[in-house]
Design a protein around this ligand. Structure first.
Ligand code: MLT
Length: 257
């Protein structure tokens, strides 16, 4: 496994916000957030190893490796602390980051994610998807996944954009990430022990992480704030960008005081 310096896009000035994308996407999924947050923040949107422009011969096979890569990037950028926003797989990585590098968080946003590990059925599905990608390519996975990523009201242009981002990913990056998600540990203890301000974002139409999952996370960490975005699907930042941005900026502003 390699630890390349993550390809990243930096926009704006101010208290830094680090955006960590979901599977199997890259920093392009954060365009509405980069545009909004960079007016008052330094926004860093990464391509995790094996995704987007961060090409590597040996992408990580453990969620913790991705967390290490984020810490390495913060060192490179001389950033002590950030607000970390992780969506779905990005949330799994954010919790692994919080376990080891809590001192580098000023606040945390976990969107459309969970702290619990894969069930045996979910692990089997990961293996099926690895086989699908190896045999038929990433486009075959895109056809299966895209309908579950956005709400039914999502415009065709957005559906196409998400499809295009997914089909541009590599077989190697996609399959290794499936294995890393399959093997990830339960991080409920990390969630429970968090001492930094935490915002949990769920979405009413999230087929992969239904609102009850997000509400369950709040029960594990009652100090957290909870927002459920009405009408949004799994990629809530793209499906309901204005509501997502408002929830995150209100939270970031409040936690800065
Ligand atoms: C994601 O959006 O990152 C994935 O749906 C997460 C997962 O498959 O567990």
């Amino acid at each position: 496994m390699d630890h390349p310096l993550l390809s990243h896009r930096i926009t704006g000035d101010g208290a830094p916000i680090l955006l960590v994308h979901g599977f199997p996407l890259d920093s392009r999924m954060w365009e509405p957030q980069i545009a909004a947050f960079s007016k008052r923040h330094q926004v860093i949107a990464v391509d995790l190893a094996g995704f987007g422009q961060t090409t590597t011969a040996h992408p990580p096979t453990h969620i913790e490796d991705h967390a290490f890569d984020l810490a390495h990037l913060l060192d490179h950028l001389h950033l002590d602390r950030v607000t970390l926003v992780g969506l779905s797989m990005g949330g799994y990585i954010a919790l692994a980051f919080a376990e080891r590098y809590a001192h580098r968080l000023s606040s945390l946003v976990l969107a459309n994610t969970k702290a619990t590990p894969d069930t045996p059925e979910a692990k089997q599905k990961r293996d099926d998807n690895v086989a699908l990608v190896e045999q038929k390519g990433v486009a075959a996975l895109a056809s299966v996944l895209v309908p579950s990523l956005l709400s039914k009201r999502a415009p065709k242009t957005l559906v196409q954009k998400v499809h295009d981002i997914i089909t541009s990913q590599s077989v190697e990056g996609t399959t290794r990430a499936l294995e890393a998600m399959r093997d990830r540990r339960d991080t409920t203890h990390v969630l429970k022990a968090l001492e930094v301000p935490l915002l949990l974002v769920g979405a009413s139409d999230d087929a992969l992480m239904p609102p009850d999952v997000t509400k369950g996370m709040q029960q594990a960490q009652p100090e957290s704030e909870l927002v459920i975005l009405e009408g949004a699907g799994h990629l809530s930042n793209l499906d309901a960008p204005e509501a997502f941005n408002k929830a995150v900026s209100t939270f970031v502003d409040a936690s800065a005081h």
